[in-house]
Design a protein around this ligand. Structure first.
Ligand code: SF4
Length: 683
């Protein structure tokens, strides 16, 4: 075999940078390089992308199925593992019904794996209990934008930042999370775009912004409503766009009529002058682009926050043209795809509602089986139902909810209480440690498949390496498990066959095929006979719901404010050198050297009052748990606010976080909870 260069997609964030994997004649990975002509990354990678090889290196990989006996794991054959799993599943299904079982798929797995996961849940287990980590990142985006625009995705393309006059980054920290794109925002600013950053923390972009709106956590709606008040008062709204393309303007105008900048100063912590300046800048821009992240979605007000942003963009007609739009920055490299594939309890692939009889008939006919007719449980709903004795078996792949979900003690207790927990993973994670069976999964480089990035670009990744041991791709072991359960529903010959079936049933992917995607650097959905080359900008002349909806929203306070017992507010953040639960990036000595362990960001004023020194150990307590870490004293967080990343299992911020939820999507409020912080003796 000759050495080769294999094209694929970075396995980390939703930017979806193109990478080449260099493979030697013996089939070993010898290097990683950026794809020079890639339309998004344009020949660049961030430190995470460059460290991809470490994430999948063969040492400490799970290479064979493991069965728990008491507190230890023992290797078993695939046959034995799948036989026992299928027998246990059948017993549970017979005793407790399909509502008692479920699947959590992965925003790091391919579209093909995710399509297979939801089909396994729906066509084999007969349940809509299927979910994934979008629940805790962008489920309010899907729900909010679906209501207002008819489609829950980035309206424009990342490269539109070079065509805009004004970039508004709200509740997002792209230089840490979407680093290549974060660098491009700097570049766009250097080329002349104005930059507004709306964030409680002083992020890197906030330091160079034309305006940094340092609002209090959870006051987004009050701020946006006050901006709308100014825009309407100054007649900066786009009347012709509103008349031709929106419904609900009068009710929205009435709602913000009394919400003056002065009236929200104390709620937002932002001066009326700054609110006015920001509103004027947005209202006067010819082309303004909103980029947002989990500082919008991870609140009990998540869906309403998204609706508020949508109102702002629509009222100013900043949708449907280059350099405009409302653009969620998706966290993981295929979180957009996992949502598109229907790994959500209320929708089939392409966001087709599970409780719509015509959709049920469509899928029942295509799959040749009856399907469940009511929406299923969310991931947090499955945890809750387990502790209530109503849920018994869970199959998870590529996710580590013990680290990533709120209130870790509660999640751990639920995982332990299950009658059957199956986890497919690359390495031993905190969730895998609790499993009855661990299945060895193939990494992104060891299988073929597609990934959909945050700008709806569906890209193909080729197989570069052989999986270690007996590891296989997720759709392949799901197919084998389905066969053990007596179903041939997942009986595909290869990844392309999975994709073709999915595309035929998913209107926005309808005209996509492997050859079409591979010819270019991917295609952006919707891609159908009317747009065979895909669509870079959504909603150019119409919305999927006809007219967009302007929906009045009202400020919703955070669930748990600071008080005497817990006097500081904790927010969660991400770090440039790490990703997700850390299971991939922490294998890189380079990345680990940069940020070796957990950290608490605290303002000098609070540190002084609490007698906390730089890098000294601290204990953090909330109503749900206690963790110890070290303090980083910095003015990047304001007094009264502390911040912690969740990448580190040694200092899991999710021991502390609140499970209070957005009532629409069940998104937990990960961005704000009350804590107390105390210094610890040097360890
Ligand atoms: Fe990978 Fe995201 Fe970094 Fe690009 S920006 S190299 S996709 S982690």
């Amino acid at each position: 075999m000759a050495s080769s260069i294999v094209k694929t997609v970075c396995p980390f964030c939703g930017v979806g940078c193109g990478i080449n994997l260099k493979v030697d004649a013996q089939g070993n990975l010898t290097g990683v390089e950026p794809q020079r002509s890639h339309p998004v990354s344009r020949g660049k990678l961030c430190e995470k992308g460059w460290s991809t090889a470490y994430a999948i290196r063969p040492d400490n990989r799970i290479t064979e199925p493991l069965k728990r006996i008491h507190d230890r794991f023992y290797p078993v054959s695939w046959d034995e593992a799948l036989d026992t799993i299928s027998e246990t599943l059948q017993d549970i299904l017979a005793e407790s019904g399909p509502e008692s079982v479920g699947v959590i798929s992965s925003a790091r797995a391919t579209n093909e794996d995710n399509y297979a996961a939801q089909k396994f849940a729906r066509a084999v287990l007969k349940t809509n209990n299927i979910d994934h980590c979008a629940r805790i990142c962008h489920s309010p985006t899907v729900a909010g934008l679906k209501q207002t625009l008819g489609s829950g995705a980035m309206t424009n393309s990342t490269q539109d930042i070079f065509e805009t006059e004004l970039i508004v980054v709200i509740g997002a920290d792209p230089t840490e999370n979407h680093s290549v794109f974060g660098g491009q925002i700097f570049e766009a600013k250097q080329r002349g775009a104005k930059l507004v950053v709306i964030d409680p923390r002083v992020t890197r972009l906030a330091k160079v912004a034309d305006i940094h709106v340092q609002l209090k956590p959870g006051s987004n709606i009050a701020l946006i409503n006050a901006m709308l008040h100014v825009i309407l008062k100054q007649n900066l709204h786009n009347q012709s766009f509103i008349s031709q393309r929106c419904d609900g303007f009068d009710a929205l105008a009435r709602n913000v009529a009394t919400i003056t900048p002065e009236s929200v100063e104390s709620c937002t912590g932002v001066s009326a002058d700054v609110i006015r300046q920001t509103a004027m800048l947005y209202g006067q821009a010819q082309r303004a682009m909103i980029l947002y992240g989990m500082g919008i979605t991870q609140f009990v007000s998540g869906t309403q926050n998204v609706i508020a942003l949508s109102n702002l963009a629509l009222v100013c007609g900043q949708i449907g043209r280059p350099g405009t739009g409302i653009n969620p920055l998706r966290g993981q490299n295929n979180v957009q795809g996992a949502c598109d594939m229907g790994c959500l309890p209320n929708v089939y692939p392409g966001y087709q509602a599970v409780d719509d009889p015509s959709v049920q008939q469509k899928f029942a006919r295509a799959w040749g089986t009856q399907v469940a007719t009511t929406p299923g449980l969310t991931s947090l709903g499955m945890t809750k139902a387990t502790l209530a004795g109503d849920f018994r078996a869970l199959i998870i792949f590529g996710e580590d909810p013990v680290v990533t979900d709120p209130d870790q003690n509660h999640v751990r207790a639920a995982m332990k209480a299950m009658d059957l927990l199956v986890v497919a993973e690359l390495t031993m994670t905190e969730t895998a440690k609790l499993a009855d069976y661990i299945l060895p999964a193939a990494s992104f480089a060891e299988k073929e498949g597609t990934f959909t990035n945050c700008e709806r670009r569906v890209q193909h990744g080729s197989q570069a390496l052989q999986p270690p041991g007996s590891a296989i791709g997720d759709w392949q072991w799901l197919k084998a498990l389905a066969a053990k359960l007596g179903s041939d529903a997942l009986n595909w010959s290869d990844s392309e066959a999975v994709f073709d079936e999915m595309a035929a049933l998913t209107p926005s992917y309808q005209s996509m095929s492997y050859p079409g995607i591979m010819r270019a650097h991917g295609l952006q959905w919707p891609c159908h006979p009317g747009a065979p080359e895909g669509t870079a900008i959504l909603h150019q002349s119409t919305f999927p719901i006809g007219k967009a909806r302007l929906i009045p929203v009202h400020q919703i306070e955070i669930d748990e404010a600071a008080d005497e017992q817990y006097p500081l507010l904790l927010t969660t953040n991400r770090l440039h050198f790490h990703y997700g639960c850390g299971s991939m990036t922490r294998k890189s000595p380079l990345l680990e050297r940069e940020i070796p362990a957990g950290i608490l960001f605290i303002n000098p004023e609070d540190a002084r009052a609490l007698k906390i020194q730089r890098y000294s150990p601290v204990g953090i307590r909330s109503r749900r748990g206690y963790v110890e870490t070290r303090a980083m004293i910095t003015e990047d967080v304001p007094p009264g606010l502390v911040a912690m990343p969740y990448h580190f299992k040694e200092a899991p911020s999710n021991q502390l976080t609140n499970t209070a939820q957005d009532p629409v999507t069940k998104m937990p409020e990960l961005k704000a909870c009350a804590v107390s912080v105390s210094p610890l003796p040097p360890g």
